[in-house]
Design a protein around this ligand. Structure first.
Ligand SMILES: Cc1cc2nc3c(=O)[nH]c(=O)nc-3n(C[C@H](O)[C@H](O)[C@H](O)COP(=O)(O)OP(=O)(O)OC[C@H]3O[C@@H](n4cnc5c(N)ncnc54)[C@H](O)[C@@H]3O)c2cc1C
Length: 324
């Protein structure tokens, strides 16, 4: 129920646009590394100093205007420049919908090629984040076409909640892959709904990819999964160079450092930018404890407008559901 509420809010375009004018609020500053490149780079340097590499996400999604999509691409190219100039250990995570996937497939592909091309000159890897189900096939098509065109610095994500996850993992065995549980609300026709089923499928694809795939990024904050992976790689003598753990910026900071100190490759997903709202709402949906971050901020006067808007959207959502 709470999960559906926050996922509903994450997709609310009115609130998304309103949030862009308010800077980081509602506790988002704890999980978003600033609103500009300079702020974000400070966090990246700090993580690098602790032996952690980073994947940088210039926040933004569900863009329906070509001008906005081109602006997003320019910002991402500026991140590539910043990685090269500051010589940090980082790569890119990009969202196809931010680059125009919902406007025109070929336009989006051209934009992504520009990014991948520039990144490849600096040997920077580019990960295409996986969004919701309607964008799954087009995203696989994008990476497949780019690999066919000869780009080797590209990979994507498998979401374990999908019934087809293992099949997709097998089909992309030669690609560096991030494996996750999945963050969106999906229909039971295509996705497991129960945590236990999702976890079982997650373990299955992780094991398969570790044994048969190329480089595997295991992206989770779940101790049970992490402990399972540690045991599995020991038992199967899998080299630590073949995989890494990934977590989101601001989450389980202590565990991130422990894993890095234990000698595992570790990569933190570092989101930044003005478009923080949808990302932040999905994090609240995943973990109700994160709502504490938001509640603490509710007494901050500057956030009252956002809280008012959020409450308004919730009431409107409930009313419109009743009307149907
Ligand atoms: C680096 C990264 C990249 C991602 N990319 C994508 C993507 O491209 N597409 C997509 O759909 N999703 C993506 N996700 C989100 C992912 O799909 C999950 O929604 C998200 O990671 C939550 O699932 P989980 O595996 O972390 O564990 P959960 O199932 O949320 O939690 C399992 C258990 O882990 C422990 N735990 C979890 N969080 C915490 C915490 N903060 N503190 C203490 N204990 C905790 C608790 O015991 C909890 O019960 C990404 C996640 C990460 C980490």
């Amino acid at each position: 129920m709470l999960r559906d509420f926050f996922i509903g809010l994450s997709e609310n375009q009115l609130l998304n646009h309103a949030a862009q004018n308010y800077g980081l609020r509602l506790g988002a500053q704890q999980v978003v590394a600033g609103t500009n490149i300079a702020e974000m780079m400070e966090s990246v340097k700090e993580l690098n100093q602790a032996g952690i590499s980073c994947t940088i996400d210039n926040l933004g999604e569900f863009v329906y205007d070509k001008h906005e999509a081109i602006q997003a691409k320019e910002q991402i190219l500026a991140v590539v420049d910043a990685i090269r100039e500051r010589q940090v250990d980082a790569h890119l995570s990009i969202k196809p919908s931010q680059l125009g996937l919902d406007i025109d497939y070929e336009f989006c592909k051209e934009q992504i090629i520009e990014i991948v091309e520039q990144a490849s000159r600096d040997q920077i890897f580019v990960n295409l984040d996986m969004e919701n189900y309607p964008r799954l096939e087009p995203t696989f098509r994008l990476v497949d076409e780019l690999v066919k065109a000869g780009y080797t610095n590209i990979g994507t994500v498998i979401q374990a909640y999908f019934h087809r996850a293992l099949e997709d993992t097998r089909a992309h065995r030669d690609m560096r892959m991030r494996l996750v549980k999945g963050a969106y609300k999906e229909s039971p026709a295509v996705a497991y709904q129960q945590k236990q089923e999702i976890d079982e499928n997650f373990i299955q694809i992780i094991e398969w990819h570790l044994l048969h795939g190329t480089f595997t990024s295991i992206a989770t904050h779940d101790d049970k999964i992490i402990d399972h992976v540690k045991r599995f790689v020991e038992e199967h003598d899998i080299s630590r160079d073949q995989f890494e753990f990934q977590m989101l910026y601001g989450f389980r900071k202590d565990l991130q450092l422990v894993l890095a100190r234990e000698g595992y490759r570790f990569c933190t997903y570092v989101p930044f930018g003005k478009d923080w709202y949808g990302y932040f709402m999905r994090r609240l949906a995943e973990r109700p404890q994160n709502v504490n971050l938001m509640i603490k901020q509710m007494f901050n006067k500057k956030t009252n407008t956002m809280i008012g808007l959020a409450a308004g959207a919730f009431v409107l959502g409930r009313l419109s559901k009743r009307g149907k």
